[in-house]
Design a protein around this ligand. Structure first.
Ligand SMILES: [Zn+2]
Length: 140
């Protein structure tokens, strides 16, 4: 990708070898799962019971919309989806690699990390995630 990859959102973890993962937290008191790090559980208000976990790389489309107008330079149409990751939480992201009319509620998707095409001031690429269609076993 060139340069040191930088996560576009704080819950993307980029390893030294360039591999990426979604980081999350699970409440040991009630089991609620969140993207990113947390001190307090929003579901049960437990404090100090959050544990870091790796989020699933697969899930199902909960809902979606087709975006037909966007910022200048952003190709449209594209699909924006809310995906229920296996084991939680729900995340919003672009659903790529599928025509808007082919998207179905509950369809299986997986997380894919991509160079956003944007660079920081030092020329390092910003890494973003999107969802792409997957089969029931998580493969394309
Ligand atoms: Zn909790």
């Amino acid at each position: 990708m060139g340069g040191a990859p930088r996560p576009a959102v704080p819950y993307i973890h980029v390893a030294a070898d360039g591999s990426c993962a979604l980081a999350g937290s699970r409440c040991e008191a009630c089991g609620a799962v969140y993207a990113g790090e947390r001190e307090v559980c929003a579901a049960c208000c437990a404090r100090g019971r959050m544990r870091s976990i790796a989020l699933a790389t697969q899930g199902r489309v909960h809902t979606f919309t087709t975006v037909c107008r966007s910022f200048p330079g952003v190709p449209v149409p594209f699909v924006m989806a809310v995906v229920d990751l296996d084991g939680g939480p729900a995340l919003r992201g672009t659903l790529a690699g599928v025509a808007p009319q082919a998207v179905r509620f509950g369809m299986r998707v997986r997380v894919e990390f991509r160079d956003s095409g944007q660079r920081d001031a030092d020329g390092n690429p910003w890494i973003a995630f999107c969802f792409v269609p997957a089969t029931e076993d998580g493969q394309r």
